[in-house]
Design a protein around this ligand. Structure first.
Ligand code: NZQ
Ligand code: ZN
Length: 387
């Protein structure tokens, strides 16, 4: 490991079948007014909404609700939530849902008492937050983003056709998150696969950088292997508790910053997907699945040794007798097979991208990258490969 780092993650995790039992005890640590946030209705169908509301009533809380948070949460919903927080003097924002609900909750947390336009200040200029931050907590219903244990908040500004993300300091992390793998059983297969690939992509984005001997790379390889193994089981048997719990924990640790320590990291696949999402509103993990293979084929020669290591240590490929290029390709090929196994899309057309969007997506994507610094032209080349 060669880069200095500070590690601190204040999110308390309650994990397992009985984890919701901890909610009432946690609620005692906060004031009376709670903003309860959820998505478009899955929590009502599953019965989780009723359970949470009963616990809130039992804890004698005044509950204000913000429902209908959409996948790829919008800035207009964030502003609505910020208004509710101010008007009701909210003491705790409780997000019950997937990454979209939790990301929106964090966005509301930092925006409610922000002077000026939070979008410009926090998601465009990445300013530090000096105003009051309202505590956030979560009950997770879908595994993938890792939002339950980090300070990330990805918001779509529909008026500007921009999906911008940022990581806030750890005081914006959920104070506690309740992770019951059984709550993920009702996630539709496509969304489950999308979440699994989102986690895989987080691990890859952190893995593909650097050439030092870094403990973090070994951790990443281990988490990837666990995720791949459990993904295969969950695709066949969606109520396999062991597989769903492994997937849920892989997702949380996959982006709780421990898997990025002392790493430069890449994140260009995410930057490209965010703009695909801004134009098509596609499922985040599905967009990542389309971009990943062409992107890694494009950059592999700039970090060839790591791609060889990926083939050997993550996919268990015997690369004896192969050239480095062949070995690297075999690993990326195994990633493509994994995407196929997850039944995710492999072309931008399947996501609703039209040809005229390609230059717009390329030019609005934040250029970055790990082994190769990407220009707008490079991004356009990758997009053409996966169109
Ligand atoms: O809205 P409801 O009805 O709840 O349905 C949701 C939604 O349609 C459904 N769902 C969730 N849990 C369910 C369920 N359906 C049945 N049973 C359940 N238990 O699944 C759909 C997708 O939910 P969503 O929250 O949008 O998915 P995800 O967790 O993948 O979050 C995606 C958002 O997170 C951002 C993405 O860009 C995207 O905006 N990300 C956040 C990150 C972070 N905070 O660190 C990092 C990621 O890279 C990502 O960018
Ligand atoms: Zn992601």
């Amino acid at each position: 490991m060669k880069f200095d780092f500070t590690y601190y993650n204040p999110t308390k995790i309650y994990f397992g079948k009985n984890s919701l039992e901890n909610l009432s005890g946690e609620l005692a640590n906060y004031g009376k007014n709670v903003l309860l946030m959820y998505g478009k209705g899955s929590v009502k169908k599953s019965g989780l909404y009723d359970k949470v509301v009963d616990i809130l009533k039992g804890a004698d809380k005044n509950v204000v609700e913000l429902s209908g948070i959409k996948s790829n949460p919008s800035y207009s919903q964030l502003k609505e939530g910020a208004r509710l927080v101010r008007e009701n003097d909210v003491d705790l924002i409780l997000a019950v849902g997937g990454g979209s609900v939790i990301d929106c909750a964090k966005g509301i947390s930092v925006s409610a008492y922000c002077e000026g336009d939070p979008w410009e200040r926090y998601w465009v200029n990445f300013e530090d937050v000096n105003n009051k931050i309202v505590p956030v907590a979560s009950v997770l219903t879908m595994a993938g983003t890792g939002s339950e244990m980090n300070g990330g908040s990805v918001i779509t500004n529909e008026e500007k056709t921009l999906k911008n993300g940022r990581v806030f300091p750890s005081n914006v992390n959920p104070k506690f998150s309740i992770l019951n793998p059984e709550y993920t059983y009702t996630v539709p297969k496509y969304q489950m696969a999308s979440g699994i690939f989102d986690t895989m992509s987080h691990l890859c984005e952190q893995y593909f950088s650097g050439d030092d001997d870094n403990t973090t790379d070994y951790i990443l390889e281990g988490v990837m292997r666990s995720l791949i193994n459990s993904a295969k089981t969950a695709m066949k048997d969606s109520e396999n508790y062991e597989a769903r719990s492994n997937i849920m924990w892989c997702a949380a640790i996959g982006l709780n910053t421990v898997t990025g320590l002392s790493k430069e990291q890449d994140w260009e696949v995410h930057m490209i997907e965010h703009q695909i999402g801004a134009y098509t509103d596609c499922a985040h993990g599905a967009g990542l699945a389309v971009v990943s293979v062409p992107y890694y084929m494009y950059i592999a020669k700039y970090g060839i040794d790591k791609f060889v290591r990926f083939a050997k240590n993550v996919w268990g490929i015997n690369t004896d007798g192969m050239t480095k290029e062949q070995a690297a390709e075999s690993g990326i090929g195994a990633l493509a097979e994994f995407i196929k196994m997850l039944e995710l899309p492999v072309s931008l057309r399947e996501l609703g991208v039209t040809e005229d969007m390609l230059p717009k997506i390329a030019n609005s994507t934040v250029p970055g990258g790990g082994y190769k610094k990407m220009s707008a032209d490079d991004i356009l080349n990758v997009l053409k490969e996966c169109f």
